[in-house]
Design a protein around this ligand. Structure first.
Ligand code: ATP
Ligand code: MG
Length: 571
């Protein structure tokens, strides 16, 4: 191991808060000198940032190799013709970065690599004897995101591990899928992150064949429904919404019209009438290829388009135009209600059963009705699950409560089936000499995104707190005097730690102690060893732990043993 010295190591820390950054990971990566922006969504990784990236990469590689995946390297520059075979040149559209060579031939910069890897396999694999096989690479990916943001979290050039499994039948493909699912859990656990594996939308394939790995963080762009007791977790839109209502015992009160001038939205009406949004019954008119429908959900719920499409057995759905809403409800937009609605089917969310005395629109300008009751005042044609899951719903697996949490998607596993092998004719011969399509799975991890996600979860007011396995250095040694015994002993202990296998950086800069400690905390090194007055008095090293914040005095041997114990199973 090399001993690095901070006096000539590139760690350009900033004292000022960078203005362009919205989330904490982006701010801290800039402030701690880990990355620098080159263009929108395109970053340089400086030495510390690159060290962390390499550590995450190493964890990922070890876990892929452990399950027998074979590492390859595919080109970033991919010819258009392969993407045309699957129709994705057009489908990917603007998100793919495109270039032309001097002969005017078109290429895409890899946003992913299903086409190229399927091409490799169709050329090289002939028989069932060669299956199953999984190939993977860790390589730069390019996506011209509409809104690059949050630093390296959603950028246009990022490091991804992408693996592709090839199996002879569904059963074997499911095994490959499970192996990757488990490997992904290990990767994220080893990186020291709190996460949930969530059921995700599978598109055309169906079944439980897609999971997203979501690192829990309030700044995340994904929303998940998760159980507080069991392991259930799902993309919020996919989770069954099972209401936790207790049947109202309220008597059914007298219907009454109330003037609500210009109050149209749930917030406006509930504030004006001093009732909770969950008391409001929203009536939304939608248009499908089967005609118009009125949908009823409570004011604190959100419609779920995919669920409605399934219930109505329709391929497309959109909100009815203002003109249509006015024609159907006989009132300006914002005052629709279920009472007296004619010539339109009413579909209500399951959760509205059993609740009494709703507030609804009155089918009249500037008017609402209170104390509206199901069956007495309006009828429903069909009850179904048509909304997103929300806080307080019932877990479909264990009957406890659901909560909604935000998170960052760091990985995605997907059972593809024959989508690509069919389009690109990737076949093998089975035991009976028959040609069969290969069954595929694909598995992606955002290596660079894990770096940012990790900071979102691990930081305090002083800076980053790296989980041990991915910290850029294990130990930072801080001589608090610039020469003499303290300085010499600092070099000595740094060298000893380095030869014991630890990654050490020595802050040999001529700065005052407070400044050095502030930098050490900002860059998040798990262990600081400070040598100053206390060392001269006791001959002991002061070990400061970044988290939990603690400071202990140790003799040399104790120090080495302490660190060895901390890194057991990591090194
Ligand atoms: P997202 O919903 O965040 O756009 P995605 O579904 O497009 O992600 P995949 O195609 O499944 O992502 O890619 C696999 C992994 O690559 C993601 O789980 C994520 O960790 C990472 N990733 C995707 N897009 C980006 C990006 N723009 N910047 C950084 N990492 C990314
Ligand atoms: Mg995306």
């Amino acid at each position: 191991m090399t001993l690095y010295r901070m006096s000539n190591y590139l760690i350009p820390t900033l004292k000022e808060e960078p203005k362009e950054a919205e989330v904490i990971s982006h701010k801290l990566m800039l402030r701690a000198g880990f990355i620098r922006k080159l263009a929108s969504g395109i970053y340089n990784f400086l030495p510390l940032g690159f060290r962390v990236l390499n550590k995450v990469e190493k964890v990922v590689r070890e876990e892929m190799d452990r399950i027998g995946d074979q590492e390859i390297k595919m080109p970033i520059i991919q010819p258009k013709e392969f993407w045309d075979e699957t129709g994705r040149w057009d489908l990917y559209g603007e998100e793919m970065m495109k270039i032309k060579d001097r002969h005017n031939r078109e290429f895409g910069l890899a946003p992913t690599a299903e086409e190229v890897v399927t091409h490799i396999i169709r050329n090289e694999i002939k028989s069932y004897r060669q299956l199953p096989i999984t190939l993977y690479q860790i390589n730069w990916k390019y996506r011209d995101e509409i809104r690059p943001r949050f630093g390296i979290m959603r950028c246009r050039e990022f490091l991804m591990k992408d693996a592709y499994s090839f199996d002879k039948d569904e059963e074997s493909a499911m095994k490959s899928y499970s192996l990757h699912y488990e490997a992904y859990c290990r990767v994220i656990e080893r990186c020291g992150l709190r996460y949930r594996a969530c059921e995700a939308a599978t598109g055309a394939i169906g079944g439980k064949s897609s999971h997203e790995f979501i690192v829990l963080a309030d700044t995340g762009e994904s929303q998940i429904a998760l159980c507080e007791k069991c392991n259930f977790a799902s993309n919020v839109e996919l989770a069954p919404a099972i209401s936790n209502y207790i049947e109202d015992n309220e008597p059914m009160n007298q219907v009454q019209e109330i003037l609500t001038p210009d109050r149209k939205t749930v917030e406006e009406v509930s504030e004006f009438l001093k009732v909770k949004p969950e008391k409001l019954l929203k009536t939304l008119i939608v248009e499908t290829e089967k005609g118009f429908f009125a949908l009823l959900i409570s004011g604190d719920s959100e419609l779920n388009e995919e669920k409605i499409k399934k219930v109505l057995e329709t391929g497309s759905i959109k909100m009815a135009s203002f003109k249509d809403v006015e024609r159907i409800t006989n009132a300006p937009v914002g005052f629709a209600g279920p009472c007296g609605l004619k010539d339109i089917k009413i579909i209500a969310d399951n959760s509205i059963r059993g609740k009494r005395n709703w507030v609804t629109g009155a089918q009249k300008a500037d008017t609402h009705i209170i104390n509206v009751n199901l069956d007495r005042d309006f009828k429903v044609d069909l009850f179904a699950d048509i909304r997103n899951a929300k806080k307080g719903d019932i877990c479909p697996e264990c009957n406890n409560n659901i909560k909604i949490q935000r998170g960052i998607e760091v990985g995605h596993v997907f059972l593809l089936g024959t989508k690509y092998s069919r389009a690109m004719n990737a076949i093998y011969q089975n035991e009976n000499g028959e040609d069969k399509l290969i069954i595929m799975g694909c598995y992606g991890i955002g290596v660079s995104r894990i770096v940012a996600a990790s900071i979102e979860q691990n930081n305090d007011e002083r800076g980053i707190i790296w989980p041990l396995p991915i910290a850029p250095f294990d130990v930072i040694v801080l001589p608090l005097e610039k020469e003499g015994l303290v300085f010499d002993k600092s070099i000595e202990i740094s060298k000893k730690l380095t030869s014991a296998g630890f990654e050490v950086i020595l802050d040999d800069r001529d700065y005052r102690p407070g400044y050095k400690f502030a930098d050490a905390e900002l860059i998040g090194i798990p262990f600081q060893i400070a040598l100053g007055k206390k060392f001269k008095e006791t001959g002991k090293y002061e070990l400061k732990i970044r988290r939990p914040k603690e400071s202990i005095l140790l003799k040399e041997e104790e120090l080495l043993n302490f660190l060895k114990e901390k890194y057991e199973g990591i090194k």
